[in-house]
Design a protein around this ligand. Structure first.
Ligand code: ZN
Length: 300
C-alpha cells in the first residue's frame, strides 16, 4: 500500500456473523477541503459523511452509485456525498464556512452545525433498475448514529456506523476514517447480542482510528479474528464535465437562456463538488437552447 493514499478494507468475521468495512480517508477529506473555505466543524461533518458514503459505495457493484443527503435544518444547510463502488467520492455542503461553539467537553459540535430536526436520505443508482430511495428521520445529527438508524429501519440490516474525524484549526483535516459493522443475513441471536454489547462499549471512534496503524489493527481492536476479503484505494474525484453541465442548463427556462445568450459575456457555471468553472459563450448557450427543444431530448 502506498503512503499518502487512502484505502478501504472489507472483512468477514465468521465467529460473529458480521462483515466489517474500514476506511482511512484523511487525504480524501483534505482534497475536499482544498478548493473551498472550511471550518473545523464543517470538516468534521463532511469528513464523517465522506467516509460513510465511501463505505456504502463498497456495498455496490460495477457502475452503481450511492448518494447520501442530510438536511437537518442546521446552519450548514444540506450536506451531500456521492460515491461509487470503485472508491471515488465527491461531496458538498450548502455552507462549508459554518461555525458553531464547541461542546461542553471541547469537542466539535457536529449536530449543532448539521441540525437535528430533519431527514437523511439515501439514493442508490442501481444497474438497470429504478433507483432505490430510502429516507429516515435524523436521530442525533452526529451522522454515524443517523446512518446506523437508517440501516436498521430502511434496510432492516442491523448495522453500526462509526465515524471519527479530527480537524486542524487551519481548515485542513488531521485524521478521518471510520468503520461499518453489519450483521450477515440470518445472523443468530448471539450475533445481535455481541453487536449491542460492542455498541455500548464503543467510546471514541477517533481514538480507535488514531491508535490503529493499519486497517487490520483497527479491526483487531474490535474482533479477535477477521478475514480480509477486499481492499482498494479511495480518493476524492468529481465526475463533472462540460457536456453534463450543458445538459443541466437545459433545465433553465427559455427566457433565462435567451437573457444569457444576449448578455454577450456568457455564463459561468461552477461545479458544487469540485469548484471547476465551466464557461458557456453565446454560441454554446444557443446550442443548449437547441438541445432543450430537440425531439430526442424531450423523449428522455
Ligand atoms: Zn465537479
Amino acid at each position: 500500500m502506498e503512503m499518502n493514499k487512502d484505502y478501504l478494507h472489507k472483512y468477514l468475521v465468521l465467529d460473529h456473523q458480521a462483515r466489517v468495512i474500514t476506511v482511512f480517508s484523511t487525504n480524501t477529506v483534505n482534497k475536499y477541503c482544498e478548493n473551498i473555505p472550511t471550518t473545523p466543524v464543517s470538516i468534521a461533518a463532511m469528513g464523517r459523511l465522506i467516509s460513510a458514503t465511501l463505505m456504502m459505495g463498497s456495498m455496490l457493484k460495477g457502475n452503481e452509485k450511492v448518494m447520501v443527503s442530510i438536511d437537518g435544518n442546521g446552519p450548514i444547510g444540506v450536506i451531500r456525498a456521492e460515491a461509487d463502488s470503485n472508491g471515488n467520492v465527491r461531496a458538498f455542503a450548502t455552507d462549508p464556512t459554518v461555525n458553531v461553539p464547541l461542546k461542553d467537553n471541547k469537542m466539535l459540535d457536529v449536530p449543532a452545525a448539521v441540525g437535528t430536526q430533519g431527514f437523511l436520505s439515501v439514493r442508490k443508482q442501481l444497474n438497470m433498475k429504478e433507483p432505490f430511495i430510502g429516507t429516515c428521520e435524523l436521530v442525533s445529527g452526529e451522522i454515524g448514529e443517523d446512518l446506523s438508524y437508517y440501516f436498521g429501519t430502511s434496510e432492516q440490516t442491523p448495522t453500526i456506523v462509526a465515524l471519527g474525524v479530527l480537524a486542524n484549526p487551519d481548515g485542513t483535516c488531521l485524521q478521518a476514517g471510520g468503520f461499518i459493522i453489519q450483521l450477515l443475513p440470518n445472523a443468530k441471536a448471539e450475533a445481535y447480542e455481541y453487536l449491542e454489547k460492542m455498541l455500548a462499549n464503543l467510546t471514541s471512534v477517533s481514538k480507535l482510528i488514531e491508535n490503529a496503524k493499519s486497517s487490520d489493527q483497527l479491526v483487531y481492536q474490535l474482533f479477535d479474528d477477521a478475514d480480509l476479503i477486499l481492499q482498494y484505494p479511495v480518493d476524492y474525484k468529481c465526475n463533472c464535465s462540460f457536456e453534463k453541465t450543458k445538459a443541466l442548463l437545459t433545465q433553465l427556462s427559455d427566457e433565462e437562456l435567451n437573457e444569457e445568450i444576449n448578455s454577450e459575456k456568457g455564463l459561468d457555471i461552477t461545479c458544487n463538488f469540485c469548484q471547476q468553472v465551466y464557461h458557456f459563450n453565446s454560441e454554446q448557450l444557443k446550442e443548449v437552447l437547441h438541445l432543450k427543444h430537440s425531439k430526442e431530448y424531450k423523449v428522455k
